[in-house]
Write a new protein. Sequence first.
Length: 228
Amino acid sequence: MPELVLYAETMYISPYVFSSHVALREKGVAFDVVDVPLIRGAHLQPDYASASVTGRVPSLQHGDFRLAESSAIAEYLEELFPPPKYTRLLPESIRDRARARQVMAWLRSDLGALRDERSTITMFYRFRLNGLSPHARKDTDRLVRVAEQLIPTGQGPLFGEWTLVDAELAFMLHRLILNGEPLPERIVAYASTQWTRPSVREFVEHPRPRTVPDLYWAFSGTPRPQLA
């Protein structure tokens, strides 16, 4: 089997790198990690952009094949290392798989105001944040509605056994939980349970720069908030 290499951003705050890192750990396969300093534009360099086609991070190298986009990486790993020999990333039934893909696509494409105002940098570094705007509050209400509809009685997982969508939904919910935003008890219990999974903890506890590099704020295009 050719060596697997995950190209990840150096800050370890990307929800997309999180997804791919968790997926690889859950499959239990060996892989190396190469850090790509996005804030220095490393992903725009011709060698990276050409190999990954879209120039996005993360990307996965498998032999002479390079694939970007975390959702595509998850699908590729699920077919390359299929269950039941390897941990399942997507639900077994066709309808549950479709629902999981729906939720994963929604988490990537919607809730823009919430993602902006409670960006992942605020999950791992403490800032003094303003209250949520009306737009972000509407996003929060929609996230809560979807979570309440999907989470079964108790603490989950969503489809009877753990799948990657559990980790991704918990990551989104922790944008709020880690910033002290109130959520229904059942949702907090679900997200907190998912947050204890070893593959998730490995990413959450990965070493990060002690302070946010100045280049990050220019790269992200967001104003620098005050430290808490």
